[in-house]
Design a protein around this ligand. Structure first.
Ligand SMILES: [Ca+2]
Ligand SMILES: [Ca+2]
Length: 240
């Protein structure tokens, strides 16, 4: 029944939508109000993540819009389409703009992220992200921050089992307790909670008294404190 509703909705959207289309701005990727736009329906994209991925993989895509209750995805770019989405506030729209996808960044949901596969120590990794105009990834929510990373691993042909990033050596994240031992701070100044399930069981443990930098440990896909001089791959994030 849901599929029928969705099909009927998409047919109606294709047939009945009449709109004048606007020029797309190219500023940073942001949540936007829905508006009349010339866009293309992507029938296969039935989640916000896949809708964002469709956009990031499409030449010239500067915006995508997703209607969650009917799982309908529209994107811009590519072959011009006569399809427009209506001014419908139930669409969640994002514009892409300055996520440097031509430099290996992936645009997915509200994340502009890149996996660097040459291992570096924490400070060196952090400096690379800074020079990209971003920061090491902030893993603040398992529900919101793990799916984009799984998509990023897939994008880099490092497909993971069971919705983990499954990366044994871990990946540097953008947080540490270098200022005050035991108080972990993300690089945006917010506190990293240690008792809400973000960390692997038993972590952070400041093992041998020398662990001050946060990695995402692959098999658990949760955080761990590790030695800052360890050489690890890392993920940069550019805020949109
Ligand atoms: Ca520590
Ligand atoms: Ca540890």
């Amino acid at each position: 029944m849901i599929e029928l509703h969705r099909s009927l909705y998409m047919a109606a959207a294709l047939l009945l939508t009449v709109c004048s289309c606007e020029v797309i701005e190219t500023t940073r990727w942001n949540l936007l109000p829905s508006n009349n736009l010339e866009m293309t329906l992507i029938p296969d994209a039935t989640s916000l993540t896949s809708c964002g991925l469709s956009c990031s993989q499409r030449d010239g895509c500067g915006r995508f819009c997703f209607k969650a209750n009917f799982r309908v995805c529209y994107v811009t770019g590519g072959v011009p389409s006569s399809t427009c989405i209506p001014s419908d506030t139930s669409y969640t729209c994002y514009k892409t703009g300055n996520c440097p996808v031509d430099e290996g960044y992936l645009l997915t949901d509200a994340h502009c992220i890149k996996l660097y596969q040459t291992p570096l120590d924490y400070t060196s990794a952090r400096d690379v992200c800074t020079s990209d105009g971003g920061h090491l990834y902030h893993f603040k929510s398992v529900a919101l921050d793990l799916p984009p990373l799984v998509a990023l691993m897939d994008h880099n042909a490092l497909t993971s089992p069971s919705d983990t990033i499954y990366f044994y050596t871990g990946l540097w994240m953008g947080g540490d307790d270098l200022t005050t031992e035991g108080t972990y701070i993300w690089s945006d100044g917010t506190l990293v909670p240690t008792t809400t399930g973000l960390f692997s069981p038993g972590e952070p443990n400041n093992f041998f008294g020398v662990e001050d930098c946060i990695e995402l440990y692959g098999p658990t896909s949760r955080l761990n404190d590790n030695h800052c001089l360890a050489q690890k791959m890392y993920i940069c994030q550019i805020d949109m």
